[in-house]
Design a binder for this molecule. Sequence first.
Ligand code: NAP
Ligand code: MG
Length: 499
Amino acid sequence: MTNSTLIKLNEKAVKFVSLPLKMFINGEWVESLSGEKMNVIDPSTKEIITQVPKGDISDVDLAVKAARKAFDRGPWTTMKPNDRALLLLRLADLIEQNAEELAHLETLDTGRPINFSRFVVATCVDQFRYYAGWATKVTGETIPVSTPGNILNYTRREPLGVCVGITAWNGPLSMAVMKLAAPLAVGNTCIIKPASETPLATIRLAELIEEVGFPEGVVNIITGPGSVIGDAFTTHDGVDKISFTGSTEVGRNIMRNSASTIKKVTLELGGKSAHIIFDDADYQQAIQNAANAIFMNSGQACFAGSRLFVQKNIYDQFVKDLAEYTKNYKLGNGFDPSTVLGPITTAAQKKTILEYIDLAQKEGAELVVGGDATGGDLDKGFFVQPTILAACNNNMRVAREEIFGPVVVAIPFETVEEVIEMANDTEYGLGGGICTTDVKKAHKVAHALRTGNVWVNTYGLMDVASPFGGYKQSGIGRENGAAAIEMFTEVKNIWINLD
Ligand code: NAP
Ligand code: MG
């Protein structure tokens, strides 16, 4: 592996990380009350980029009080919807104007290729513009009730209150934005807790929020270990809603804790998505889809197509050609424009992935290609090669547990019925992929999959207008589209006696 030429870090991003980074609470930039800090690491080089405050329970309380005050007594909830929309549109414009800096921060923090970060920042602009449109369009109903008397019965959709967004490290900026745009549009106040590994772009976003001029306390950003401050949010009686993206294990804990105050929860959790390749598929397209489905973002995607079901008569050749295709992927630093796959974002995650690759072989799987990635610049960071495991079955641990890395488990199948049964034989239900040229089969299988999202002859497409979320233990609720408006509003029913 040769050493690469990197594009220069954006000057504004350099300046941003050179200044002390703080939390944004009640419209003020503050240190944690304890004064403690946590390191932020560049996964391509393992170097410390900067530090952020290590918030604890007392900081959580301040953030909740600020958001509570802004909701209960601030100008936010009485602000006209078109004025709220205008603030969201201005924020979208500011993100667009600072897109390159945000993309650089996201790549520095997560390691993902810079062009991918640029694409993600553009989707963040879309998020705020789309939900700015919703601010003036959320309506209730008048209901023709049959009760005695002369009654006017109608509903209003009202904001929930204080909404806490907790994000994972595999898509920090876009997750923070998804946990702000819809709730803000309908008049909630928000607190975001970014993943400790990747807080940078979220903190920069808070600066843009300040620049736009949202009222104080409407958006608060707090950094700190989830294991320490998570419970404080989920049990706090000042919080109305938790919107969480992360592992199923932590999601379960959040749901359990939220029961103490009957908080609303949206949970975007793990996955072990089936990608089904039928023998009538467009072969080259299927190879590309299968590869993208698992290897994009170095496999650190909740909806990654990590269980690859291939029809038996093409299985051997498909696995061989897929392995050949992985040679197209150049691994490297995200700031090298030729990089297709960046590093794993955290040291702990790289270790987990390599352990699963070992386990697979102990379980009898054949390592076709992949494993640890070393040599040249790769030694500096947390890299793992695109990895294909063949001779697998759906009962192996590597076929049942989320690995969250560039590791695909290839499983043969013979019939449509058999593959539907195996695809659904999992505790997860996030994504599903189908490659076939038979339109009837495509729809039938798409309907049979117990997952929130299905892609046919493509994989992993997302859009702000299109609902996203999981069945089964992949989550509760949906993000994006009209679904997110429902997730962040209460329905109030009003009865008026007109006699
Ligand atoms: P994680 O360990 O569950 O952490 C996610 C977030 O929760 C982080 O901000 C973490 O804080 C915080 N947290 C940790 N313990 C907590 C607690 N007890 N209470 C409240 N919050 C707590 O997940 P991860 O390893 O960062 O992310 C990978 C997982 O996210 C995978 O399972 C992946 O499938 C899932 N994911 C799902 C979606 C989806 O939309 N369905 C999208 C992306 C990722 P710290 O960072 O401080 O630990
Ligand atoms: Mg980092």
